[in-house]
Design a protein around this ligand. Structure first.
Ligand code: 13P
Ligand code: SF4
Length: 307
C-alpha cells in the first residue's frame, strides 16, 4: 500500500500532510506533519496539485480556502471536530447582533461559514498574539473554545467575551491528573495544550508556586519543547497521537500522557488504506462555496501573517 501511495503521489503531483494527532502509520507516510498553523502554511505554499489532508474537516476546508485551484482530499469526510460543532452560524449571528461593535476572533477549529463571519482567525499558537494586536478599547467575541479563551484572557490581561464551547478530548483533562503526575515525577516538564480544562488551575498553580516547568503550548510548540528540554520526563496534556512524533525526535525520553485514553476519534478515522483510496479516486474532495471562501479568506490570512 505504501509503495502504491508513493507511486500515485509522484504520478499525480500530490502531497500528503498530517496533523500531529494522526495515527503513527499515517504520520509516517506524510510529507509534512504539523499543527493547524503549520498545515495551513504548508497548504498556502505547496506547488503540488493535489493535497491529501490527513486531519479533520475544518482543516481541509481551510486548505481549500487558501488554495482553491488545488484538489484537497479528506480521506474520510466524517472526520469532524466536536469543538467546531459547538457553535453554528445562527448562534454566531445572534451573538454578533447583541454585540454589534465587537471584533470576532475565531479559533481555526470552526467551519468555513463561521470563519466567513469572523474578523480574525487564530490557532492555539497565535491566539494570544492576535488578541494583543487588537485595540484595547475594542470589545472581543472569542469562540468557540472556553478554555483557550480563558487562557488568552488571563495572559492578555483583558476582559473578553468567551463562547462556552469545548473539545470532548481536552475537556476531560483534569488538574488532579497533572498534580498527581507532577508529584510522581517532580523532575519533569509539563506541556499543556490550552484547550485543556485543567488550564486555569494549572496556570494558578504554576504562578503561585513559581513553577517554571509548566508550559501552555500548541501541538507543534509542545513537540519543540519536549525535544529541546533538558528534562527526561515530559508530562503531556493533549491528544496522545502527538507522542509518536515526540518519540521519533527524542527516543531516549520518557513521555507521560496525563490520560492514556485521550484520543480524538475523528483524527483516528484516517487510515493508510483510506489515504490510498483517496489518491486513487481523487476523492472525497473538500470544496468551500466561493462566496463563503472569499469572506473567510481575510480572517485566515490574518492568522497566517500574524503567525
Ligand atoms: P493545534 O492548533 O495545536 O494543532 O491544535 C489543533 C487541535 O485540534 C487541538 O485539539
Ligand atoms: Fe477537534 Fe478536539 Fe479532535 Fe482537536 S482533539 S480535532 S479540538 S475534537
Amino acid at each position: 500500500m505504501i509503495n502504491k501511495i508513493h507511486e500515485l503521489k509522484k504520478a499525480k503531483n500530490a502531497i500528503i500532510v498530517a496533523h500531529n494527532y494522526q495515527i503513527p502509520e499515517v504520520q509516517d507516510i506524510a510529507d509534512f506533519v504539523g499543527d493547524s498553523l503549520g498545515l495551513s502554511k504548508k497548504a498556502a505554499e505547496t506547488k503540488a496539485e493535489i493535497m491529501v489532508f490527513c486531519g479533520v474537516h475544518f482543516m481541509a476546508e481551510t486548505a481549500s480556502i487558501l488554495c482553491p485551484e488545488k484538489k484537497i482530499l479528506l480521506p474520510d469526510l466524517d472526520a469532524g471536530c466536536s469543538l467546531a460543532e459547538s457553535i453554528n452560524i445562527n448562534q454566531l449571528k445572534e451573538w454578533k447582533k447583541k454585540n454589534p461593535n465587537a471584533v470576532v476572533v475565531s479559533y481555526v477549529n470552526t467551519s468555513a461559514e463561521i470563519k466567513a463571519e469572523s474578523d480574525y482567525c487564530c490557532t492555539s499558537s497565535n491566539a494570544l498574539k492576535i488578541v494583543e494586536s487588537i485595540d484595547k478599547n475594542k470589545e472581543i467575541l472569542f469562540l468557540p473554545d472556553m478554555f483557550l479563551g480563558a487562557y488568552v484572557q488571563k495572559k492578555a490581561n483583558r476582559k473578553i467575551n468567551i463562547w462556552p464551547g469545548e473539545c470532548h478530548v481536552h475537556a476531560a483533562m483534569t488538574y488532579e491528573e497533572i498534580k498527581n503526575l507532577r508529584e510522581e515525577f517532580p523532575d519533569s516538564e509539563v506541556l499543556i495544550h490550552p484547550e485543556c480544562a485543567c488550564g486555569s488551575q494549572a496556570m494558578y498553580y504554576s504562578e503561585k508556586n513559581k513553577d517554571k516547568d509548566i508550559h501552555f503550548l500548541s501541538t507543534e510548540a509542545m513537540i519543540t519543547k519536549a525535544t529541546s528540554s533538558a528534562n527526561k520526563n515530559i508530562i503531556v496534556a493533549t491528544e496522545t497521537g502527538i507522542i509518536h512524533k515526540m518519540k521519533k525526535l527524542a527516543p531516549h525520553k520518557n513521555f507521560i500522557p496525563i490520560n492514556k485514553g485521550a484520543t480524538c476519534k475523528y483524527m483516528k478515522m484516517i487510515t493508510v488504506e483510506k489515504v490510498l483510496h483517496a489518491l486513487e479516486k481523487e476523492a472525497p474532495e473538500v470544496r468551500v462555496p466561493p462566496e463563503i471562501a472569499a469572506k473567510a479568506k481575510s480572517a485566515i490570512h490574518k492568522m497566517i501573517s500574524i503567525g
